[in-house]
Design a protein around this ligand. Sequence first.
Ligand code: MN
Length: 424
Amino acid sequence: MIQANDPKLTSWIEVEKDSDFPIQNIPFGVFKTKDSAPRVGTRIGNKVIDLNALFVLGYFKNLPFEGSDFNTSSLNNIMKKGKEGTRELRNRISKLFTSDFPDLKNNEQHVAQVLIDIDEVEMLMPVEIRDYTDFYSSEQHAYNVGCLFRDPNNALLPNWKHIPVGYHGRASSIIPSGQAIHRPKGQKKPPTEEVPVFGQSNLMDFELEMAFFTYEGKPLGDHITTAEADDYIFGMALFNDWSARDIQGWEYVPLGPFLGKNFASSISCWIVTLDALEPFRVAGPDQSNPKILPYLEYAGNKHIDINLDVFIQPEGGEENCVCNSNYRHMYWNMNQQLAHHTVNGCNINNGDCYASGTISGPNEGEYGSMLEISWKGTKPFKMNDGTERKFINDNDTVIMRGYSEKDGVRIGFGEVSAKLLPAK
Ligand code: MN
């Protein structure tokens, strides 16, 4: 077992019972305060831990890190140390904050330099993302979309159960939780019109997804197997892949999503390591009918049990839960996605981001987009203020939260939240 994952560990920092951030989490993020420049941190309970301060005070002796790895505005430098480096770092942090470890706990001056209240920090974009790929790996989502746009008898396209389908997205418009977006404008062709029109999107949607971030990969021409994939995955975040359905519907044939997707995707700011998620592994679906090709086969449990909830909050109103899903509903896991992505020799880089595709569960109430929840606008969602939603209204905030829980340990992601402002 990874030392920092021990469910028996407790911290000398107070952690509330339902906190996403017990000592077993130790996620990584980038923050600033009104007095300090961006730097790398972690979090226990409601305290942000300044990793640059810990480094400067000598608490990371004999680890393969230097000051520039923490006194910086992204996690890319610590990610360059690979799985072994970040695992050692997480284990060291865990030890420093364990209840019975006195060194830091008993040094009041150091504690004051290292701990910051969560209310006093601004969380920033955690990773400088080089390339971004979006998959389409939830069977229920692919089936639902197939029903809505084709027919239930041919809902899944012939390739879907053979290939983890994906497309290359845009890295520049991935933004951190809290940053508002504007309703996009673009070209669309409403069914009532003869010719396309230009205007604001009227069918703004979210997509409930999880993202993972990679370490440096192999040279161009080499590939990563499903057995090797874990060693190339640093951690995960919540991911809202904002989608303008009317723009998407007109543009996507034959080359797939473009301006209906690339105006913004929002991510949660704490990257939870794959190491911290290991205790929550579960078996995936049967993939023997049709049988998958050998390069996509994998051993062991590679899916992860992560509860996922989506809320819509109108301006000045209450949160309305519109979806409870789970990351375990994926048909293709991250190992298969990465093996497929690299099987042709495509190289991956430190800081690349891969999103899962919309994660829909098998039942109503578990669908991960308004397109499915409102069944293309035919079944509006009733909000608790009496209004209805087919898609997202101006000034609505969309919030996604996620956590894993087992043996009394809850490892969470916090949230990804973003307000949709009117079109510019
Ligand atoms: Mn997507």
